[in-house]
Design a protein around this ligand. Structure first.
Ligand code: ADP
Ligand code: MG
Length: 140
């Protein structure tokens, strides 16, 4: 296994409920290290660009609305097998289907307001990190 970097977001539904620290602690307790972090209030244009892959989906409008409704904490997480590990820690997209102990099972409100985002593959991780961070903002 290799040390990888993945991109993570603590979404507005979670930052509004003051869960930034609680969620970050789950990453750290599972061996992931926060090597970049900033709090942003994303514009409609930024949200639409980030989630462009979903633009034809029926929930796209709702997704963009939710992501622009409050602050998001964008982070780069580093660790062994970080991309897959983070997806496991997050749990299934729908919190009703998420495993016990996962972030979404513990904190998410619904499939739309599901508290966290995590990259799903090495290519998307690289692309998503670049969307939000310059190289000098990542300090491993
Ligand atoms: P994941 O975030 O687990 O990778 P997807 O990439 O499929 O999930 O979807 C991106 C985001 O879009 C989800 O995290 C969720 O916020 C939202 N979403 C997905 N499916 C639905 C749905 N059926 N209804 C409302 N929002 C959805
Ligand atoms: Mg996804």
């Amino acid at each position: 296994m290799a040390i990888e970097r993945t991109f993570s977001m603590i979404k507005p539904d979670a930052t509004k409920r003051n869960l930034t620290g609680a969620i970050t602690k789950v990453f750290e307790d599972n061996g992931l290290r926060v090597v970049a972090s900033k709090r942003v209030w994303m514009s409609k244009r930024e949200a639409e660009g980030f989630y462009a892959v979903h633009k034809e989906r029926p929930f796209f409008g709702e997704l963009v609305e939710g992501m622009t409704s409050g602050p998001t904490v964008v982070q780069v997480l580093e660790g062994e097998n970080a991309i897959l590990k983070n997806r496991e820690i997050m749990g299934a997209t729908n919190p009703e289907q998420a495993a016990e102990g996962t972030i979404r099972k513990t904190f998410a409100l619904s499939i739309g307001e599901n508290s966290v985002h995590g990259s799903d593959a090495p290519e998307t991780a690289a692309q998503e990190i670049k969307y939000w961070f310059s190289d000098t903002e990542i300090v491993g």
